[in-house]
Every structure is written in C-alpha cells, then in structure tokens.
Design a protein around this ligand. Structure first.
Ligand SMILES: [Zn+2]
Length: 389
C-alpha cells in the first residue's frame, strides 16, 4: 500500500479513537464525522437515530442502486476502560513500534478508518457494484444497533448481497460463529412456614425443575449437532450461569432467579431450545396455579445474537479469498453482528485488521501491518468487482 494512504488511515483512526464512544455514551459525534466523510465522497447517507435517542446507526451507499453489491460493516462503540491499567490515555492514539495504541484501535475502529481512507477506491469499485456501509451503535452490549438497522433494512428494502464484517480476525476469513442468547427467569412463589410445603408454592423448587429440563435439553442438543460441524464443541450448548433464591432453612422460598444462556450453532437449535423451555415454563405455571393463582414464572430476554452459520456456498467468502489471497476459512468463538445480516439472506464473512487477543484489553493496539493488509484488500475491490459484475 502507498505510504500516503496508510498515513491518511492513521489520521482518520486518530480522530475516531478520540471520540469516546463507550457503549453507555452517545456516538453522535463519531456518526456525524463519518457521515461527513461519506457525503463528501458522493455516497447516499442515512443516519438512523435509535428509538431511545442519543445513539445512531449509519447506512450509506456508493453507487446507483441500494440493492445488491457489497456491505462493509463495523460497530462504532467500544468497551469501557475503567479498572484497566493503560500505559497512556486510551482515547489518545499513540504510535509505537509499528503499532497504534488506543481503545478501539483493533475492535474495531481500525477497520472503519481503513474503509474511510479508501473511499476513492471504493467509489471506483461502485461503478461495477454498489458499495454499502453499515456503522452501528451498541454492538458490545448485545448488537442493539444492528438489530434495529437490520429491521430498517428489511422495511426499506435495502438489500446488499454480500457483507464483510470487519471485526478483528487478523485478516483471516471467518465464516462461522455460534450465537449467544441470554435469559433471566424469575420464579414467584408464596412464602410460608417450612412445615406446610403442601399449601405454598416454593419458587426454588420450581426453579430446580426448570434447571433439570434445561440440562435434559442440553443433552438433547448433542444429538442434534449438524453433520461435519467444525464448532468446538460441535453442538449447541446451554449454561446455567446463576441461581439465587430463598432465605432460610425453615421458610418456603417465595422468589428465585435463574440466569442461563445458550450458544446455538444454528437457528433451528435456538428455536428448539426456546420451544422446549416455553413448554416447560407453561407446565410449571399450571402446577403452580393449582396451589396459588399468585404464583408465576417470568422470562426476560437479555439478548439474542444469532450465530453466523457456515454455508457451503458463500460468495462473500469467495470474494474475500480473491482479495486477500487467503485459502481456507475458520470459525471463531466470539459473536458478531454477522448473523443478523445473514438473517437478511446475505452471504457474510468476518474479516478485519487486528487480533481479538488485543480486543477489550488495556493497551489495545492494531499493527500498521494489519491496517496495511486491510487497505490492500479494499484496494483490490474495483478489479474484483469488475471481474464478477
Ligand atoms: Zn467488536
């Protein structure tokens, strides 16, 4: 890559790092900065403010059509820096030993900076196929921005065909990861004297029956592992993360809360788990109600991020292989927004500069070499899209 382009990318990244876009805070300033760069380059830019306000997503397009073509996707938020021992101000980018340090350098403002520093080549590429950009808020707290963006894309018929999600993969091609779905279940019983269990509803006892069913379903998932699954383990998992309830030996427990998660390898498994647990919940509620109509079970969805399901045919994988020269692709154990885009019928891969090893840590960095590889990938897009147009 030309040193000038890498320098341009560094300048943009320095600006992006200075926007303190920790998930709890507004990302407006960064969104407006990006919207400005995109508009200057001739893109059609939609800034979509979140329903709660204070945050926004961007969807932008270079080229004539808002359908087909390639989507470049990144999240604008970063994880907090509290209680981390940084060697320098995390929101002031520092260059040292061919590395750029700062919160978000690798996860994942480096990718966004590379896209912005390549707007001229991307514009060139857009004469063959449209190039879209999706920059979202609140990825780190459950892909909240991407959920609303995908909804909006569905409603407005914004349909790119391929997507590259630029999470840090050391520029390796990632074609799959499990989903991550988290739930909190609250069991409300009736309190009473420990000597009269037959006339009360013991919330802890109902919680343990729910957990028993969860563990059975977990076992059933093993038999449902897709053939040839490359995931570790190859099947969908369930974890019982926390169970709290009750107060003392001789008191019937009136409250219990259970926190559990599932990491599905595909949508079918997620639906299976949800259906089975809904049936279990209903059966338990019926039994509770036969003792007291005041008793209840409430399920709260904390977050549901679908996985990226590896597909036999994946044009995005083929495109990125052509661009980077990489042969082969991998799976990763961390979640991304990719599965949400796949849910829209797009071919999706995850590929971006920097290593997940540095993400979320003190002294997060991206190497200049990684940024350069990403810029190279983008620079090859015009030729690749011309060839496949
Ligand atoms: Zn990320």
């Amino acid at each position: 890559m030309t040193p000038a382009r890498l320098d341009h990318c560094k300048e943009i990244l320095e600006r992006l790092i200075a926007f303190e876009t920790v998930s709890t805070d507004s990302n407006f300033e960064m969104i407006h900065y990006l919207a400005g760069l995109l508009t200057e380059s001739g893109a059609t830019v939609d800034v979509m403010t979140s329903p709660e306000g204070g945050k926004a997503n961007i969807f932008a397009t270079l080229g004539e059509s808002r359908q087909g073509g390639l989507l470049l996707s990144g999240h604008t938020d970063v994880v907090p820096v509290e209680d981390q021992a940084w060697s320098s101000d995390p929101f002031k980018m520092v260059e040292k030993d061919d590395r750029l340090y700062g919160r978000g350098t690798c996860d994942m403002k480096g990718f966004i900076a590379a896209c912005m520093a390549s707007l001229d080549v991307l514009k060139d590429a857009s004469q063959y196929q449209p190039i879209h950009f999706a920059f979202t808020h609140d990825e780190e707290v459950g892909c909240l921005g991407a959920h609303t963006l995908v909804q909006e894309m569905r409603e407005r018929d914004l349909r790119p065909r391929l997507a590259i999600v630029g999470e840090p993969t050391s520029m390796r091609i990632i074609e799959g990861h499990k989903g991550c779905c988290e739930y909190t279940v609250t069991f409300s019983g009736t309190d009473g004297h420990g000597s009269r269990p037959e006339i009360e509803v013991n919330a802890v006892e109902y919680a343990t029956q729910y957990v028993t069913r969860l563990l059975e379903v977990r076992k059933e998932l093993e038999a449902r592992a897709p053939e040839g699954s490359q995931f570790v383990p190859p099947w969908s998992t369930i974890n019982v993360g926390a169970l709290h309830g009750g107060s003392a030996h001789n008191v019937i427990a009136s409250k219990a809360t259970l926190e559990w998660e599932t990491r599905p390898v595909n949508m079918a498994d997620l639906n299976y788990v949800k259906d089975e647990m809904a049936a279990c919940q209903n059966a338990l509620i019926d039994r509770m109600h036969s003792v007291s109509s005041k008793a209840d079970i409430h399920l709260e969805i904390i977050g549901e991020t679908p996985g990226l399901e590896p597909m036999k045919n994946n044009e995005a994988r083929d495109l990125v292989s052509t661009l980077t020269g990489a042969n082969g692709s991998d799976l990763v154990p961390f979640g991304t927004e990719a599965g949400l885009f796949q849910g829209l019928g797009m071919d999706v891969v995850v590929c971006g500069p920097g290593s997940i090893e540095q993400a979320h840590k003190a002294d997060e960095f991206v190497s200049l070499e990684q940024l350069d590889l990403c810029l190279d990938m983008l620079a090859r897009l015009p030729r690749a899209l011309a060839a496949s147009a």
